[in-house]
Design a protein around this ligand. Structure first.
Ligand SMILES: Nc1ncnc2c1ncn2[C@@H]1O[C@H](COP(=O)(O)OP(=O)(O)OP(=O)(O)O)[C@@H](O)[C@H]1O
Ligand SMILES: [Mg+2]
Length: 512
């Protein structure tokens, strides 16, 4: 009996960046129609390995074989010609074009290709068909800008399929998707497998990997740490292999140690946002309480957060801290009162990628490091280093440009900034997006610690496990409306989903 040649063999791949060995003799084999999960902690080298395969960066050493033949892949186009397509985490679709144009993007009219004729009718017909194939019921003439993030991602997958992909790389495809969208993607991945397409799937969501992967390949510190097959892929085994030790229990659960006495803590009344002016949102967060905010993407949670913090104008609102009414016009007002927002999109508002780690951490707090208008470098560096240690930011030095950190470590830098303050109200918008399980546990602990110190904490999260695990109470939103607030004994995935999809009419009526 002969073993079929694997479609992909990467062997002895090494890659060094200044000050970091990102990959050290890493191997990865993928069979035809196999779903291989590539997992590991933040900074383990997953994206780097895939960027080499996708032709985005070059390797220092090692070989890549497709169907047993050595290949050189020096550009995404060359990867594509070999049947390798990359679904990036930061989406590469162009939103001023329509879906069809995106699907046929980067595909030149080559020999015999129908694009030679520039038969637009046929392009749209083919695009429509591809969209239908992946279950996106939209005309391919729809401009990308009108689609949700999840739909745009599906268009990317349609593009990969249309390009005749044999290997599709998905780097954290679900990190910005909601629960139901994630389910859809999981189905699509299974369907790709049924069509003999191989998928390399990077994710920090262990239950997804458990469900879909045929094999999980684990990287740790730029090296192969082992692999797990089939039914042996369990949450625990993966985590142990990823971190090289047993993790303490993932969630200890919230304590419910907040106080909800009148006048204590943070109160928001009659908040009307620009996006959903027809709905009034009111809630309070006790001193020392963690209030989760659940809902589908686009439910208006981030708008509420931004309006409270003063980044976005609110049509009207009343905000009070410990019974005292506050007036917040802009973020500076909010910060003066001890109210902070850790935003969702680290690249837009949380992180300055051209600054180094130290500068990013000390940026919002510069006053406290400067004496006589001179920044006290030593003090600043020490604070940055302490913050890095507190949540294990993986960087060779605090002088490293933030742009060069792995995705999860960038997110940690954003969080680290706020550690250097003494906040009274902290709003976290998707705090653990793209963060590995170990670091997540550390961040949850940190959030609970802040609450225990008397901070009123709001955590906006689209991850069910997270919101159920960390919250004392959960506020759920649906299309701009607060559809209900759950107390701990009422917590369940189903209860949250019901409110999030707006099917809980009693609660809606109660809101009025
Ligand atoms: N362009 C670069 N310059 C310098 N260092 C880099 C660069 N790209 C990646 N690195 C470093 O290489 C290591 C591996 O990073 P990589 O992005 O592959 O990690 P990852 O496993 O994808 O992590 P995450 O789960 O956080 O996305 C990290 O230490 C990172 O800081
Ligand atoms: Mg990555």
């Amino acid at each position: 009996m002969t073993v079929p040649t694997p479609i992909l063999e990467m062997e002895g791949i090494s890659k060094r960046f200044p000050g970091v060995v990102a990959l050290d003799q890493v191997s990865l084999t993928v069979g035809t129609g196999e779903i291989v999960a590539l997992i590991g902690e933040n900074g383990a080298g997953k994206s780097t390995l895939m960027k080499i395969l996708g032709g985005a960066i070059s390797r220092d050493a090692g070989t890549v074989k497709i169907d047993g033949n050595p290949v050189e892949i020096s550009s995404p186009r060359e990867a594509s010609a070999l049947g390798i397509e990359f679904i990036h985490q930061e989406l590469s679709v162009l939103d001023n074009l329509d879906a069809a144009a995106n699907i046929f993007l980067r595909r030149e009219p080559t020999k015999g290709g129908f694009l030679k004729l520039i038969d637009r009718k046929r392009i749209y017909r083919e695009a429509d068909e591809l969209l239908r194939k992946i279950g996106l019921d939209l005309p391919s003439r729809t401009p990308l800008g009108q689609l949700s993030l999840a739909q745009q991602q599906l268009v990317e997958i349609a593009r990969a399929l249309g390009a005749g992909a044999r290997i599709i790389i998905m780097d954290e495809p679900t990190s910005s998707l909601t629960l139901s969208e994630t389910r859809r993607l999981v189905e699509i991945v299974k369907d790709l497998k049924a069509r003999n397409v191989s998928v390399i799937y990077i994710s920090h969501r262990m239950h997804e990997v458990e469900e879909i992967a045929d094999r999980a390949v684990v990287l740790r510190d730029g090296k192969n740490a082992g692999e797990i097959k089939g039914t042996e892929i369990t949450h625990e085994r993966m985590v142990r292999m990823m971190v090289g030790r047993d993790l303490k229990e993932f969630f200890k659960g919230a304590r419910g140690n907040g106080t909800n006495k009148d006048g204590e803590g943070f109160e928001v009344r009659r908040l009307r946002t620009l996006r959903y002016p027809q709905h009034l949102v009111s809630f309070n967060v006790g001193k020392g309480e963690v209030l989760g905010f659940a809902g589908l993407v686009g439910a208006g949670r981030s708008e509420v957060a931004r309006a409270i913090f003063g980044v976005e104008e609110a049509i009207e609102t009343e905000v009070a801290l410990n019974g005292k009414a506050l007036h917040i016009d802009d973020p500076q007002d909010a910060i003066t009162h001890g109210i902070y927002l850790v935003p969702e999109d680290r690249r837009l508002s949380g992180l300055i990628v051209d600054f180094n780690v130290r500068e990013n951490i000390s940026l919002p707090n510069l006053d406290s490091y400067s004496s006589a208008k001179l920044i006290n470098r030593a003090k600043e560096a020490k604070a940055a280093l302490d913050a890095c240690k507190a949540i294990n930011i993986k960087t060779p030095t605090t002088e490293m440009r933030a742009a060069n950190l792995s995705g999860g470590n960038q997110q940690k830098v954003v969080l680290a900034k706020w550690l250097t303050f003494s906040p009274r109200v902290l709003i976290f918008d998707e705090p653990t997006r793209g963060i590995d399980v170990g670091a997540k546990a550390e961040i949850y602990e940190l959030i609970r610690k802040l609450a225990a110190e008397g901070v009123s904490v709001i955590v906006i999260s689209s991850e069910m496990e997270e919101v159920l695990g960390i919250s004392d109470r959960i506020a759920v939103m649906h299309e701009g409306r607060l559809t209900g607030i759950l107390e701990r004994p009422q917590f369940s995935e189903e209860a949250v989903m019901r409110l999030a999809t707006g099917s809980h009419t009693e609660a809606q009526n109660a809101q009025k």
